[in-house]
Design a protein around this ligand. Structure first.
Ligand code: 9Z3
Length: 387
């Protein structure tokens, strides 16, 4: 990252700053991350392009919310997977955020089990509820299948069956998946970039307003902190050399000069912290739960508490990258509350430290969030009655 924070195009930057000082990579003079104000919202959404699917997704969400309002059902917006920051408008390269989508996809299943309808705003091609059990490289769906033996009851020649040892679990997952589909309980909406994610988050929040307190936001997506603003984004693929037009053709300048292979210096702006806008303006009646990801255990609780204070929402769920599958901490204005999976010993687990097989921490997280959401709804009902 460059330190000069100017409005240079990244193409220009990589030509002019081949030797940046590492100590200046983070601009300490820039104002600390503060919550976005209304003017930041206007400026961001006016200067960055909406995703082409915004209108289609908005209509789908409106119909989904209407249906579940009629059934008096609670609706949760689960965000999942990492957002990207494109470096070029016609994008070849982008910066990604860590997240496979496990937390979001797994949580969505437990919310459905708890009777919620789920809007699943997820990074395209990340894990999805139900299919996550049979997708991606570690769980190739083909490994769960075998050719049917001609003697299998009812099987025809050249047909496929689920392997015996997987049938019980697959049948259970299949039934839940079919139920969610039949009852229209799960709306899958994909995003890729940070800008699409923010446009969609705002739009969905607006469409969920009729739900009032029955709306829950469960923000598990790993959201980029920095981005390249539209006005500084290169249109075409960033080149490693300098080109100039000669006789109607593009030509490489000084291919053998020292420094001809350029360094790429990227100047990123902070992404406005829209959580405050979500809490105060987009979804003021909803319960809002955010996740905080850290790698330094000494920082985790402080950062969770800071987020809670800065955005004044209901709950921050803190997790460390290394242990996120086994423990999380619920941080609310009153207390810190740790949730942990029982862990198998290193011996039981062949020298590795892991949770007992088949247990998922989302099986503890989601019921606790659901309980708190219920308490909040109840508090509002009680306050309305007494006023
Ligand atoms: C999380 O902390 C999620 O639990 C994980 C899940 C991304 C760790 P996986 O998908 O991982 O199961 O592989 N999400 C929130 C990360 C985040 O970007 N939070 C923002 C922050 O920390 C606040 S919204 O500043």
């Amino acid at each position: 990252m460059s330190s000069d924070g100017g409005s240079n195009n990244i193409n220009t930057l990589h030509k002019t700053q081949s030797s940046p000082a590492i100590e200046n990579a983070i601009d300490r003079s820039a104002p600390n991350f503060t919550a976005a104000l209304e003017k930041d919202e206007t400026s961001y959404f006016d200067t960055n392009p909406p995703p082409p699917e915004l209108e289609e997704f908005s209509q789908a969400a409106e119909a989904f919310v209407k249906l579940h309002c009629e059934h008096q059902r609670r609706v949760v917006l689960v965000t999942s997977g990492g957002t990207t920051v494109p470096l070029e408008n016609q994008t070849v390269r982008f910066i990604d955020n860590f997240s496979a989508g496990t937390r979001g996809a797994t949580s969505a299943e437990y919310f459905l089990e708890a009777g919620y309808a789920v809007i699943f705003l997820h990074r395209q091609f990340s894990l999805l509820p139900y299919s996550r059990h049979y997708s991606h490289s570690t769980n190739c769906f083909l490994d769960f299948l075998s050719e049917a033996a001609p003697t299998d009851a009812g099987s025809r020649k050249n047909s496929i069956v689920a392997r015996e040892e997987y049938t019980a679990k697959m049948l259970s997952v299949l039934r839940k998946y079919k139920h969610a589909k039949r009852e229209n309980l799960l709306l899958l909406l994909p995003f890729t970039t940070i800008t699409s994610y923010l446009f969609l988050l705002k739009e969905l929040a607006m469409k969920m307003r009729p739900l009032g307190g029955k709306a829950l936001f469960y923000l598990a997506a790993a959201v980029s902190d920095f981005f390249v603003p539209r006005e500084r984004m290169a249109e075409h693929k960033i080149q490693s050399g300098d080109f100039a037009e000669k006789d109607g053709e593009m030509e490489l300048i000084n291919p053998t000069a020292p420094g001809a292979g350029k360094k790429l210096i990227i100047d990123l702006d902070p992404v406005p912290k829209f959580l405050k806008r979500l809490v105060e303006s987009w979804a003021p009646a909803a319960m809002i739960v955010s996740f905080k990801l850290e790698t330094d255990s000494k920082l985790l609780l402080t950062k969770c508490r800071l987020a809670l204070k800065r955005y004044s929402h209901h709950l921050v769920i803190g997790n460390l990258l290394q242990t996120r599958k086994y423990e999380v901490v619920f941080v609310d204005p009153e207390s810190n509350y740790w949730l942990r999976l029982p862990q198998s010993t290193e011996e039981e687990n062949g020298g590795k430290f892991a949770s007992k097989q088949d247990s998922e921490i989302e099986a503890l997280i989601v019921p606790e969030v659901v309980r708190r959401h219920g308490a909040l709804i109840w508090d509002v009902v009680a306050a309305t009655r007494s006023s």
